[in-house]
Design a protein. Sequence first.
Length: 378
Amino acid sequence: MEFMHYFKSRKGEMLNLLKEVVHLESPSLDKKAVDRCSHFIIKEFRNIGTKIIRYPQKDIGDLYTVQYPALKSKLKKGSILVLTHIDTVWPVGRIQNMPFYLSGQDIFGPGVLDMKAGLVMALYALKTLRELNIEPRKNIIIFINSAEEIGNEAAYEVIQKLARKSEYVLCLEPSLPGGRLKTQRKGRLVIRLDVTGKAAHAGSPEKGINAIEELMDQLRSLKKLGRTKGTTLSTGLISGGEKANIVAEKSSATMDTRFWTNMHKQKILNALRQLKPVRPGAKIRYTIESSTPPMEKTEASMKLLSLIREIAGASFKMSLEEGKTGGGSDASIASSLGIATIDGLGPDGEGIHAENEHLVLPSLIQRTALLTELLRQL
Ligand SMILES: [Zn+2]
């Protein structure tokens, strides 16, 4: 079956569906809005005979999995997990200033690329397998995250559970420019440092322990970790002290650190464990406020990459490049469990989290064709 022609002929209906999904705005923190958008897309998935499981949530939109074929029995090992998310970074109403529209080959709109197009791709891939009576070699599970942009513990747990049952994980985040797949993502630690010193009159500072000065020395020494290639540390928040004429008793800073490998993460954690006050009597405490693993180039992922390349080459004469990116995604969670994971299988475009967010229409067709072929052959 030549899926490329097939999806070209369905371009119009795919665009209409994408438009409807984009119009149902769904910011991560607005449960009602996210649920409304999920109901719409889930109804579409239900219409094509898939098995839907809902994971009700209190604070975020409900999470869903879509299984194809719709098995009655429990899921067996060795499935293909497809990661998507329905939430966007845009508030409800943004569509007024950022309307959905087509200009030449570019489709604009809030969340159109990140990643409502991914949902349309997943739906059309399954729809096509079903309509053409094509039996995939493995069970397929689509996971629809409702709070990917803000991160959520419940979603992490479901992804980990599903990933452990999967042989391959495909993530439909947008590609890198030119359609390159994503094989590496940076991990992230948000670290808070709290320093306690001793207050004293600023006229005789030697009687106190200045927590702000201590904090500055600690930040300067931690900054050396940035000498490791690709590791970055950025202090984004800082506070401390009470008045100019009092030696500061307390201070704190929050840092965002990013790194390519788990080894680099360990380096950062070791440095934190070894923090020692420069000023006798000062106390330093660190807290990890959030942690995202890096997506590394594992042997399993590289094998999956060559399989994908083979299929893309044989079916579409498509050659696929790979690359890395600084931001995290759900692919990092699956990949950190050692499961073969490839990201960036979504369409090409530009401007995620920016006003000019858009995708390139021909790449939506190509990527949907590729996804369908992967689900059939992998
Ligand atoms: Zn995304």
